[in-house]
Structures are given as structure tokens and as C-alpha cells.
Design a protein around this ligand. Structure first.
Ligand SMILES: C[S@@+](CC[C@H](N)C(=O)[O-])C[C@H]1O[C@@H](n2cnc3c(N)ncnc32)[C@H](O)[C@@H]1O
Length: 262
């Protein structure tokens, strides 16, 4: 799942293929287009310019332009091969005039103040250690009254359960999780208003059990053919550990929506 902003590439072709097997082609996070619709429920993107932080394969960017009316979507990511693949997919779909991608370095966003109507991110901020700097940058590049619309892997309050430690120890990259409450406090302290959160733990508890069932059952053979038997076994074990961490309440997908002051 998450990468790190420690400089190393995490999203190898193999890792991408494993995630796509769980979550569908083009998705490095769960829920597909229906979860994106849930995240943006009631938000009118008509004519909006959108920045997507941690755009991965760029699927959400294309969905926001194609199905949600965004005029322009710019995805940024720290991994060059993801940026290339995302750009190629936008090109193939005839969306390249509205959907583009830019490789960035972790840290300050290379954009002027007040230039996007919406800043979004799907399950990527977990990779970023300095959340205050990240959300301050989101506030800076948003236009006055602009919307912050984020899905992220949030955490329960430490100390974490044994299940959470077992999952964290088994996954690649680095994880920096905040609780929903601390996230609300942080964005509030940066001047965001109208802050709302939606806990997606119940939803994902159900989804993650289905992930385990799929890769242990119908997708087992396909997985072993793609990655070999030992890797397939290790992946099933790792997804099982994730399921236990989610069920322990320590790994909690959640949505955050807020507005920059006008
Ligand atoms: C779990 S993936 C999610 C990708 C995509 N949003 C999706 O839902 O399919 C996290 C993404 O965040 C990117 N990422 C990690 N640290 C980042 C940073 N500091 N700035 C921008 N992107 C980052 C990773 O390279 C990866 O593409």
C-alpha cells in the first residue's frame, strides 16, 4: 500500500500488479470509482481546477475529469514510473488536455499561492511524515474558499495493537498515521473551516475480508502464475495481517473535507 517520502521507489511493477489484483486496474487504494464518488459526494467540481497529491496511476484524476466535471486535474507524485504510466493512461483516454501529471520532490509544492479550487489526495498522505507542512502547503496553493478533500489511512490512538505492529512490520515503505481527531485539530489550526470527517473503518472491515477471500480463493491461481507460489503465499499472509489491523481499529481509512477561509 503506502510508499515513502524517503527517496526510494516503492511501486515496482510487481507491487503495482499485486495492488491492482486487490483493488482493480489503475487503483493503488481500495474502493474504485464508487469510493471516489463517496469522497466527492455532494461536491460540485464543474469547471474546477484540482490538484491531486500522490496521484499514483492517475485513475482518480481521470475519473474526476471524466465523470465529475473537473475542468483541469493535475496529479503530482514522487515516483517517476507512476507519473509516466498516469500520463500515458490520460493520453490513451483522450483526456490529456485536461488531466496532467508532474513529478515532484517530497516537500513544498512547486505551485504559486491561491491557484487551485480543490486539493485532493487518496490514501497517500499516510506516506508523508510532516503532515503540518503538507496541509499548510495545501492551504497555501488553494484559492480562498477552496476545498480540501482527502481520503487517507488514519490510525487509532497509540499504543498500537499487536495486529497493527505485525502488519506494519510486513509492508514496504514508511507509514505515518494520525488519528482522525489529531487530523481535525491540525487542519483547524491551519485556518481551515467547515471541517468534516467520515470514518470508513466499518466499510473497509467488510472490504478487506473480501480481499482476503478473493486472493485466497478465485484469484489464487492467477496470483501464483504472476508472482510465483512463495510470493503469493506471502501476499495472502500480508493482506491477512492488514485485515487484522483494520479489525483491531488501528488502521482506519477515513475522509476529511474542509474549506480554506474566503
Ligand atoms: C497508496 S498510493 C495511492 C495512489 C493513488 N492516490 C490511488 O489511490 O491509487 C500512495 C501514492 O502517494 C505517492 N507519494 C508518497 N509520498 C508522496 C509525496 N511526498 N508527495 C506526493 N506523492 C507521494 C506514492 O508514490 C504513491 O503513488
Amino acid at each position: 500500500m503506502p510508499a515513502g517520502d524517503k527517496g526510494e521507489a516503492v511501486y515496482s511493477d510487481d507491487f503495482i500488479a499485486k495492488l491492482e489484483l486487490l483493488w482493480g486496474e489503475g487503483f493503488l487504494s481500495p474502493g474504485g470509482s464508487s469510493e471516489i464518488a463517496e469522497l466527492f459526494r455532494g461536491v460540485d467540481l464543474t469547471g474546477a481546477s484540482v490538484l491531486n497529491i500522490g496521484s499514483g496511476l492517475g485513475t482518480m484524476d481521470r475519473i474526476l475529469a471524466r465523470d465529475h466535471g473537473a475542468a483541469r486535474v493535475l496529479g503530482v507524485d514522487i515516483e517517476a514510473q507512476l507519473i509516466e504510466r498516469a500520463g500515458a493512461a490520460a493520453q490513451r483516454e483522450g483526456l490529456a488536455d485536461r488531466v496532467s501529471f508532474q513529478l515532484v520532490a517530497p516537500g513544498p509544492l512547486p505551485f504559486p499561492d491561491n491557484c487551485f479550487d480543490v486539493v485532493t489526495s487518496k490514501d497517500a498522505i499516510i506516506c508523508i511524515e510532516d503532515k503540518r507542512a503538507l496541509y499548510a502547503e495545501a492551504a497555501r496553493v488553494l484559492k480562498p474558499s477552496g476545498r480540501l478533500i482527502v481520503s487517507d489511512w488514519l490510525g487509532g490512538a497509540p499504543p498500537y495493537s499487536a495486529e497493527m505492529h505485525a502488519w506494519m512490520g510486513s509492508a514496504p515503505g514508511h507509514y505515518f498515521m494520525m488519528t482522525p481527531e489529531d487530523t481535525v485539530r491540525l487542519v483547524g489550526s491551519l485556518g481551515f473551516m467547515e471541517i468534516e470527517t467520515l470514518d470508513r473503518n466499518d466499510w473497509y472491515c467488510h472490504m478487506v475480508r473480501e480481499e482476503v477471500a478473493q486472493i485466497s480463493g478465485p484469484k489464487r491461481v492467477q496470483m501464483a502464475a504472476l508472482f510465483g507460489e512463495a510470493e503469493a503465499r506471502a501476499w495472502i499472509e500480508r493482506v491477512g495481517k492488514k485485515a487484522a489491523a483494520v479489525e483491531a481499529g488501528d488502521l482506519r481509512p477515513g475522509h476529511l473535507r474542509a474549506r480554506k477561509a474566503g
